[in-house]
Every structure is written in C-alpha cells, then in structure tokens.
Design a protein around this ligand. Structure first.
Ligand code: URA
Length: 324
C-alpha cells in the first residue's frame, strides 16, 4: 500500500495521480492522506499540461468539481475512474458506470455549494492579514472559486479602527481584484467623502470572496449569495475580523448583517444602530451602496443615499469623538 499525501486541491491530487499512473500503481494500492494546504513542498517544475496522460475533458471537469466535495473518499474515487479510463477507454464516461454516476452526483452537490470542503482548510493558522490575503488567492473551498476570475480579499489598514463588510465582489471587482471598485464602490466613496471618513484609513472587505453570477450571453448577472455560499466562505471573514479587531464594524447590506450580527437581523428596522457583537463593541448595519443604485427613480435613490450617508456619519462622529 502506498500512502500518498495531498493538499485538498485538484492540482495536488492531479500531480500525485500522474506519478502513480507512471509507476503503474492501481487504486487498491493507494491510501490518500490529506495534509494542510501549504504543507507540501512546491512542485519542482510545471508538468506538461496533460502530463502525457490523455483523458476526456468531461472527466477533468468532473474531477475538478468533485475535488471541492467534503467526502474524504473523493480522491480514491476519482483515481479509480482515472485508472479505469486509461485501461478501459474514454467510453467509460458515457456508460452509466456506478462510479462515474457517483462522481456526477457529488459534482451536482458541489454546484449548489452543499457538501463542500469550505474555506477552512485554506486559512493558514497564525497568519497576518497579508498572509491571509496571499493564501486566499488559492482558495478552492467552494464552487464559486471555479467560475470567478480571482479571489477578492479585503484591502486596507491592518490597524484600521473601522472595518466595512459588503456582500460579495461584483463584476468589476472580480476583474480588478480589490473590493468596492465598481459602481457600488463609487457610491460608497462619495458617502465616505461626505462624512469625512478617509477610505485609505479603513479596511474594506466582503462576506463572500468570489463573485457569484449567472452567465447571460456575454454578460455576467450578479446572483445573491445564499446561506451555503456564506457558510463556505465564513472562515475568511472570521480570520480577518479576529486579526483586525475593529472599534467599529459596519455591515453594508443585509447579507453582511445577517452573517455577522445574526440571521434574525432586519435591516429596515435596525439599520443605523450600534450593537455589540463578538467582532466589535460597536457593530452597525446600513444600506448596501448597490441598494442605492437599485432605487426605482432619482428620488428613491436620493432617499436611500441620504440614509446610507447619515448612518456613516454616525460612524465618523463616533470615531471622531473617541480621539478627543
Ligand atoms: N458589492 C459588494 O458587496 N462588494 C463589493 O466589493 C462590490 C460590490
């Protein structure tokens, strides 16, 4: 029996699987052992894209999805199918084979972010905020990471007194990298400037670090993250907030508020009020800047913007008062 340590990522499994196939080690002779992300030496040199092994694209796509499933048996199952593909031929994929069918079911569970490994294994213990950001770039703990361009991690001062948490990156953030750099970011910047909060002295992040969208033609339409998406990404926001330990935490919108204050939080009734949470003695929720943009006409947008700005003024006043 050969014990094979791998990080819980498709790439780590793939490297090991190629070596095993080269050495002619059958699935019954492999014991897969997961080790923490970052604990294996970096691969010596990039392998050829197909590693000399030709398998159908449909298998690679399936295996990439199943790698995110939390079932520890997934590694041996995808290796068994890979092994048989190299012996029985690519027809295996289309024959209703029980192992392939099981992989298909697991991949479907991953697509709904049910039964995913979550960000947990990707969060390095004891890291700084910069260390978290570097590690988050490799996060593959949920299905959103398979479709997004990049991880959009928090930016700002590690000693910021005020931390703002939005929902998830939008199209622009997904393409550019930092949070709140698209239309919602413009609204936020305008309100911050009006109340005298300097964005460069804050830390701004999101409850979910990958863009969730529905493709429509060439466009990507924002899709609201559900409880499973938020739960999968939660280890990152928890690690950030534990390090940042802000004086004031501002939840921008209901998604961040429910994630950080509690599922019963009602934005319309409780916005603009400081509450104590485990993250900050003063935690407040206000409208999401995108909600301002979604206001049905100019008057509604102005009203929503006014409420967002007034809530942020309370934050600016609190911070200002405490420096005196
Ligand atoms: N909306 C968010 O919640 N966060 C961003 O980073 C951008 C838009």
């Amino acid at each position: 029996m050969r014990e094979v340590p791998i990080e819980p990522t498709f790439e780590s499994w793939q490297r090991a699987a190629r070596g095993l196939l080269r050495d002619d080690v059958g699935p019954a002779d492999v014991a897969w052992r997961e080790v923490p992300v970052g604990s294996l030496p970096a691969p010596a040199e990039p392998a050829a894209a197909d590693g000399g092994i030709r398998v159908p694209r449909s298998f690679v796509d399936l295996a990439r999805g199943v790698a995110i499933h939390r079932d520890p048996a997934r590694w041996s199952l995808i290796y068994e199918v890979l092994w048989r593909l190299t012996r029985e031929g690519r027809e295996l994929m289309g024959q209703g084979d029980p192992s392939v069918e099981r992989l298909v079911r697991m991949e479907a569970e991953v697509r709904e972010n049910r039964a995913v490994i979550t960000a947990g294994p990707f969060v390095p213990p004891g890291a700084s905020v910069d260390g978290l950001r570097t590690a988050a770039a490799r996060c593959a703990g949920c299905d959103l990471s398979r479709h997004a361009t990049q991880t959009v991690f928090g930016r700002g001062q590690a000693d910021a007194r005020v931390v703002m948490v939005g929902e998830q990156p939008g199209d622009q953030e997904d393409l550019k990298g930092p949070p709140f750099v698209g239309p919602a970011g413009e609204v936020l910047d305008r309100a911050l400037a009006e109340v005298g909060l300097a964005r460069e002295r804050l830390y701004v992040t999101n409850a979910v670090k990958h863009f969730k969208f529905t493709p429509r033609g060439k466009r990507r339409i924002h899709a609201t993250p559900g409880p499973a998406d938020i739960a999968a990404c939660r280890p990152w926001i928890e690690a950030e907030l534990e390090l940042l330990h802000p004086e004031v935490l501002v939840c921008l919108g209901a998604t961040a508020a429910r994630a950080l204050i509690g599922p019963a939080f009602r934005l319309m009734q409780q916005r603009g009020i400081f509450l104590e949470t485990r993250w900050a003695a003063r935690t407040m929720a206000t409208f999401h800047p995108s909600a301002v943009l979604r206001g049905e006409d100019d008057a509604a947008q102005a009203r929503l913007y006014g409420m967002l700005r007034d809530d942020l003024r309370l934050v600016a006043d609190t911070i200002g008062r405490e420096t005196q």
